[in-house]
Each structure stands twice: as structure tokens, then as C-alpha cells.
Design a protein around this ligand. Structure first.
Ligand SMILES: Nc1ncnc2c1ncn2[C@@H]1O[C@H](COP(=O)(O)OP(=O)(O)OP(=O)(O)O)[C@@H](O)[C@H]1O
Ligand SMILES: [Mg+2]
Length: 247
């Protein structure tokens, strides 16, 4: 957490029509920091993640990655996206490419890594997430947990500066949740900078440096997980925690 600022949002606002979904968001994520974003449905968590790699343009304010403002478009934007990995709830693997091809595509096309080198690295990463034996299969032939681990390996293959995870385990059958969370905990402990939207409080307690709680498009409260879970200070956070911790 003591690292330098990596992702800096300053007075970020975003509307969808008349709906004000991000309200004056100020948030700094430091190198090596793991930030878990919590909040009720519709509070703007996904929009915030999508804004950070410009899948959603913002209305006002600034977002910088490693000191560089988000590019509007073109090659600069492609390069920025390569620096900001994203793992979604729905895996989003390319269905018509093998697991191995899914991982080598970005490095060869965007980073211009030679094919053989990209393959070697991809196999190392698949090994790391425990699915090296699935390299020649197609995504549909894998379990959800395996697909999500491939998605994490694909993000890692670009050597991103930060990885954004938007509810990476929400679409998984319960018995597969832990195999994905274990990979994420290992990444977090290895020093990867991570922004994680999740309802998995166990992950937040184990791996997060900071919990950011959002409601109605605003950051309402932020604290260490230990403090946040035991002493939430706002009524919004208290209500939210009593709902999720009671089932
Ligand atoms: N493309 C869009 N067009 C219009 N409204 C949108 C769009 N995407 C999101 N919204 C609205 O913006 C608000 C914030 O949505 P967002 O998906 O960021 O919430 P969230 O906190 O991720 O919720 P959840 O926990 O359900 O995933 C919601 O009211 C949502 O309906
Ligand atoms: Mg969401």
C-alpha cells in the first residue's frame, strides 16, 4: 500500500441520461495495492471499473494511469488497455480460439511478442493458474472455474500494471469459487495491483488492503477490511453489511 499512485481518479462524474451514476469520485490506487469495491446493486461499481479502462467514457473529471491521462481512442487507447487487465463475471474468452490462443493473441498482436515466446509464457501462466493440461481445448470444453482461471492468465499475459476484476466468481457454481479466489489471493500476495468488485467477504478479509464502499454513485466509506467489517461508520455501510453477512 505504500507504493506510488498508479490509478488516480479525480472528481469523476458520469451520467447515463438523467441518472448520475458516478458522483465526484476521488480515488487513488497505489502500486501493489489490493482494493475491494463493495456496494449495493446499481451503486456504480461496474461503471467505475469500466471507466478505468475507458470501456465507458466519463462526463467530467480525470483518470490517470501511472501519471498518463486516459487516451480517447486509437493506438494509445489500445496500449492503455493492455496496461489495465480486466476480468469479467462472464469470462469473455474467445469461443473459437483454443485456451492457448486466447492467451497468446494479445501479447502477439498488441505487444508484438514473437509467437514462440508468447506460447512459452502462456504455458507458464496456465501452469500457474492450474489449467496447463487444458491448453488445446476450446473454452466451452472447460468448467466455469477453469475458464475464469484462463481469463486471469489472459490478463496476466499482457503484463498489466493493474487488473480490474468485476465480480469474477459471481457466475460460478459454488464449488468452483474457491479455485478462482485462491489464484486471486496468490496474485494479491505476489504484489499485483488489483481492483476487485466482489461479494466474497472472505477474499476481502484475506487479501484486501482497503475496502471502498459505494452507494448511489458515491464513495461513502473506505477503510481497512478489519475496520470496515467490524466498525462500519455510515448507516449505508451498516445496512449493507447486515444484509450480506446475515445469509
Ligand atoms: N449502459 C447503461 N445505460 C444506462 N444505464 C446504465 C448502463 N450501465 C449501467 N447503468 C445504470 O447505472 C447504474 C450503475 O450501474 P453499475 O452496473 O455500475 O452498478 P453495479 O454497482 O455494478 O451493480 P451490480 O452490483 O448489480 O453489478 C445502475 O442504475 C444501472 O442501471
Ligand atoms: Mg456490476
Amino acid at each position: 500500500m505504500s507504493g506510488e499512485p498508479l490509478v488516480v481518479l479525480t472528481s469523476v462524474n458520469k451520467h447515463f441520461g438523467s441518472l448520475h451514476v458516478l458522483r465526484d469520485i476521488d480515488l487513488t490506487i497505489h502500486k501493489g495495492e489490493v482494493v475491494v469495491i463493495l456496494g449495493p446493486s446499481g451503486s456504480g461499481k461496474s461503471t467505475l471499473c469500466r471507466a478505468i479502462n475507458r470501456l465507458e467514457p466519463i462526463g467530467s473529471g480525470t483518470i490517470t494511469i501511472d501519471g498518463v491521462p486516459l487516451p480517447e481512442e486509437g493506438r494509445a487507447l489500445a496500449n492503455l488497455r493492455a496496461d489495465v487487465g480486466m476480468v469479467f463475471q462472464s469470462f469473455n474468452l474467445f469461443a473459437h480460439k483454443t485456451v492457448l490462443e486466447n492467451i497468446t493473441l494479445g501479447p502477439t498482436k498488441v505487444r508484438k511478442v514473437p509467437a514462440a515466446q508468447a506460447r512459452t509464457r502462456a504455458m507458464e501462466l496456465l501452469e500457474r493458474v492450474g489449467v496447463a493440461n487444458q491448453a488445446d481445448k476450446y473454452p466451452a470444453q472447460l468448467s466455469g472455474g477453469q475458464q475464469q482461471r484462463v481469463a486471469i492468465a489472459r490478463a496476466l499475459a499482457m503484463d498489466p500494471k493493474v487488473i480490474l476484476f468485476d465480480e469474477p466468481t459471481s457466475a460460478l457454481d459454488p464449488e468452483m469459487v474457491n479455485e478462482v479466489l485462491d489464484v486471486m489471493v496468490t496474485l494479491a500476495r505476489g504484489g499485483m495491483t488489483m481492483v476487485v468488485v466482489t461479494h466474497e467477504m472472505g477474499f476481502a478479509r484475506k487479501a484486501a488492503d482497503r475496502v471502498v464502499f459505494m452507494a448511489d454513485g458515491q464513495i461513502v466509506e473506505e477503510n481497512t477490511p478489519a475496520e470496515f467489517f467490524t466498525n462500519p461508520t455510515t448507516t449505508r455501510a451498516q445496512d449493507f453489511l447486515s444484509k450480506i453477512l446475515s445469509h
